[in-house]
Design a protein around this ligand. Structure first.
Ligand SMILES: *Cc1c(COP(=O)(O)O)cnc(C)c1O
Length: 386
């Protein structure tokens, strides 16, 4: 079986793990946590990083840190992994669901501007969603598949309404926009996941990065049970969202190789795109841009997008790949179609509804061999030629 996305642990991973065991630092204290935080901050172009036990935990802590409270609304593109919406729910808030752009599969800045204009009003300095009377507390763009959203426009709109921006950059570490790394695109806080299926992994883990020292202190405080002083004093309800030294050891070894790991993902994307270029029924994922272009995705996942809403063609590709010993998968089912979020406020979601089920994710492990990728390509070509 050719797997979808498995980690490559061929660097210093085992050496650092052994260091944890021999030094007896396997829990929340240890030198790898600090090293990991420093490296994440560096590679993302941020002042500071805080390690968390998962990307979801990082999103939750970031939302609390920017002031999201019970009954608030947080603007979210509906095309995302359920964790983005769940983090909003953990605050007692709800997502206000927006559509994505057809070109990037990211939050549509046009609809964002239009809906803020038509559906909200400013009351006592707060943005109120008129249909529900609820406060809009933040904007959470998602960098789908590792491609940064149009942050220049999104951040400009956020400033106009004085709304904080928390970027769900779960799989986008290593992406750039106009040569800026992904932590330097204007979001107040940017969140990464280091889950096992991401380009870089800790086994499980996450990180929050940002530039405001006081806000980053708050994130650290929230993720470490809001403790102060040297005793058992806690000044609010905090979380135990720390990353263990063991997980940070793996993450540190992975971060040492970030350039190679991301380059491998981008190369895999390019090979798929070239192989399917002249197949009219298959469209490339957005957006491997050659280095000359402004935005460059970290190409977390690769695959194909079927040109028409043709459920039969899609299931025949999935079935043929399965029979050929190749793992493939459909993509995120949007949030507005998920049971817990059926009643969340939403706008017209035409693009979401049209694209999500036409995506087939193909094997794209950083260690995917040339031969294996060729086997995947041949199986896809075979499936679509029938
Ligand atoms: C992976 C992912 C998350 C969740 O990260 P975990 O580390 O698994 O909690 C959140 N949002 C997006 C877009 C993701 O891809």
């Amino acid at each position: 079986m050719i797997p979808l996305a498995v980690p490559d642990l061929s660097g210093n991973e085992s050496r650092y793990l052994e260091e944890c065991v021999t030094s007896n630092f396997i829990s929340s204290v240890g030198s790898f946590v600090g090293r990991f935080e420093e490296m994440v901050a560096n590679v993302s172009g941020s002042f500071r990083g805080v390690a968390t036990s998962s990307g979801t935990a990082g999103l939750h802590a970031a939302l609390v840190a920017v002031g999201v409270e019970r009954d608030d609304l947080v603007i979210l593109p509906s095309l995302t992994f359920i964790a983005s919406a769940n983090a909003i729910s953990y605050c007692g808030a709800d997502p206000w669901l927006f559509d994505v752009e057809r070109t990037s599969w990211n939050l549509d800045p046009e609809q964002l501007a239009r809906r803020l204009e038509s559906d909200t009003e400013i009351r006592g300095g707060e943005v109120i969603h008129r249909p529900t009377g609820r406060r809009v507390a933040a904007i959470m763009p998602v960098y789908t598949l590792g491609l940064p959203a149009d942050m220049d426009r999104i951040v400009a709109i956020a400033r106009e309404y004085n709304l904080p921006v928390v970027a769900d950059s779960a799989a986008a570490l290593g992406a750039v926009d106009n040569q800026r790394p992904v932590g330097a695109l204007g979001a107040d806080l940017t969140v990464f996941s280091f889950n096992g299926n991401k380009t870089l992994t800790c086994g499980g883990g996450g990180a929050v990065v940002g530039d405001d020292p006081a806000q980053m202190d708050l994130v650290k405080h929230l993720t470490t049970t809001a403790r102060y002083g040297s005793g058992y004093d806690h000044d609010r309800v905090g979380f135990n969202y720390r990353l263990s030294n063991v997980h940070a050891a793996i993450g540190t070894a992975q971060l040492e190789r970030i350039a190679d790991l991301v380059a491998a993902k981008q190369r895999i994307r390019r090979v798929y795109d070239e192989a399917f270029d002249d197949i009219s029924s298959l469209i490339a994922f957005p957006d491997y841009s050659p280095p000359s272009k402004i935005q460059q995705s970290s190409c977390w996942f690769s695959g194909v997008f079927v040109d028409r809403a043709d459920p039969e063609r899609i299931s025949s590709i999935l079935a043929h790949l399965k029979n050929s010993g190749i793992e493939s998968r459909p993509f995120w089912k949007p949030i507005h179609l998920q049971d817990p979020y059926k009643n969340a406020p939403k706008n017209s979601l035409t693009v979401c509804d049209d694209i999500w089920f036409r995506v087939v994710v193909l094997p794209c492990s950083v260690g995917l061999s040339k031969d294996d990728q060729e086997q995947v390509i041949n199986a896809v070509l075979h499936a679509v030629s029938n």
